[in-house]
Design a protein around this ligand. Structure first.
Ligand SMILES: Cc1cc2nc3c(=O)[nH]c(=O)nc-3n(C[C@H](O)[C@H](O)[C@H](O)COP(=O)(O)O)c2cc1C
Length: 195
């Protein structure tokens, strides 16, 4: 399935409202028709946001820009509204005309949507929707999924260690550079063993 990793996506905060506000991160927004305009989102059936959209038939999508840091993803993409209040202590939002929140910081536009049809997949639901409101917030480039992995999502800490067989000096890092020379005894890479 390697070819699928070559598909480019944007990143979005999908928001909904029932008796509370909630939202999740998605990468699956597409414009699927232009006259009349239709967009699609594909969301996991287990997401709390999905249940809220099924119940109300409306949602907002805020388009994340390149200034976003990991805290936005942590808040909306790594916990569920089933057990957390994602809008508690969060002030970077305003209300659109449909009464739903949209995100005002680290985003460059939002659209308000009304569901016109849905397709049930195995694990996900694909909602097709019309646009009821849209607004550009700034001209900062949209963040891509690729860039999120390259520069927004923290890399797991390297647990690698290499020890010099000659003097026991330890180098911290998963990969020992090709031209590495031990700073203590001046032996080359071939004298190091991975711990
Ligand atoms: C970068 C990223 C992209 C994501 N894309 C999607 C997506 O396209 N569809 C989806 O259902 N969940 C996606 N998720 C996962 C949801 O954001 C996540 O499961 C969230 O906690 C669901 O929250 P909720 O239960 O409050 O709706 C993504 C998460 C991240 C971090």
């Amino acid at each position: 399935m390697q070819a699928l990793f070559k598909i480019s996506y944007g990143l979005y905060v999908l928001t909904a409202r029932t008796n509370k506000f909630n939202g999740c991160i998605i990468n699956t927004l597409s414009q699927v028709q232009s006259a009349p305009t239709r967009v699609s989102i594909t969301v996991n059936k287990d997401n709390y946001t999905t249940k809220m959209i099924e119940e109300t038939g409306v949602f907002n999508v805020s388009i994340i820009n390149e200034k976003a840091d990991f805290s936005l993803f942590e808040r909306f993409g790594f916990s569920s509204g089933k057990t957390t209040q994602k809008f508690t202590g969060f002030t970077a939002f305003k209300m659109s005309k449909n009464g739903l929140p949209y995100i005002t910081e680290n985003t460059n536009a939002f659209i308000s949507c009304k569901v016109v049809s849905k397709t049930e997949l195995d694990t996900h639901i694909c909602f097709i929707a019309e646009i009821t409101e849209e607004q550009v917030l700034n001209d900062i480039n949209s963040l891509t999924y690729d860039e999120y992995f390259k520069s927004v999502k923290p890399k797991p800490e390297s647990k690698g260690k290499w020890t010099c067989k000659i003097c026991n000096y330890t180098y911290d890092g998963e990969v020992l550079p090709e031209d590495y020379i031990c700073p203590i005894c001046k032996h080359g890479k071939e004298f190091f063993i991975k711990k």
